[in-house]
Ligand binder design. Structure first.
Ligand code: CMP
Length: 167
């Protein structure tokens, strides 16, 4: 009887620890890559755009201004290589400084895409960054990772992924 009680307590403890670890894992912050594009940096919109992220519960955990090289822009957007807008997109992305940043928070990837609005500003809903600032489907002010896989790849493109996400 004593042994059975001990075993039950042991099993309950394991269950509680498992529930605790799973809930901690599910509550974990997500990380996503954001780029404030040349059309926005040339209009000094970085701080205003960051306010959208902050006011919607995301944190800007890393941020640096840089001008992409042609090779970087080509590689970053390699998945669009076959698209008719690829060459123009590369030209545009190297036409001026960008701000690359890591945003974090709960469901940061989806949340950031919501805050940015549709790729084409004509379809972006009011209150989104692109509805407010984008000039065209190409000059659409911001980029945000579209999945967990892209986020990992894109963050690693500009930052040390493990250093940032293990902080
Ligand atoms: P982004 O979210 O960075 O992903 C790919 C980019 O290509 C997109 O934002 C736009 O800047 C650009 N893009 C997408 N569709 C078009 C299009 N139809 N014409 C021109 N540029 C586009």
């Amino acid at each position: 009887m004593k042994g059975a009680l001990k075993y039950t307590i042991y099993k309950i403890s394991i269950l509680i620890i498992t529930i605790f670890l799973v809930s901690k894992y599910m509550d974990r912050d997500e990380y996503t890559l954001s780029i404030i594009k040349p059309d926005a940096t040339s209009r000094n919109l970085t701080s205003e755009i960051n306010e959208y992220f902050i006011n919607n519960g995301l944190r800007v955990v890393e941020q640096k201004a840089t001008t992409l090289t042609r090779a970087q822009a080509e590689e970053f957007y390699a998945e669009h290589k076959a698209r008719p807008f690829y060459n123009d997109l590369v030209e545009y992305m190297i036409s001026g400084p960008v701000v690359v940043q890591i945003l974090s928070g709960k469901d940061a990837i989806a949340k950031n895409r919501e805050i940015m609005g549709a790729t084409n500003p004509a379809n972006a809903i009011p209150g989104t960054i692109r509805e407010k600032f984008a000039e065209s489907v190409e000059r659409n002010s911001v980029h945000g990772s579209d999945s967990a896989e892209s986020a990992k790849r894109e963050i690693s493109f500009f930052f040390n992924y493990d250093e940032v996400t293990n902080k």
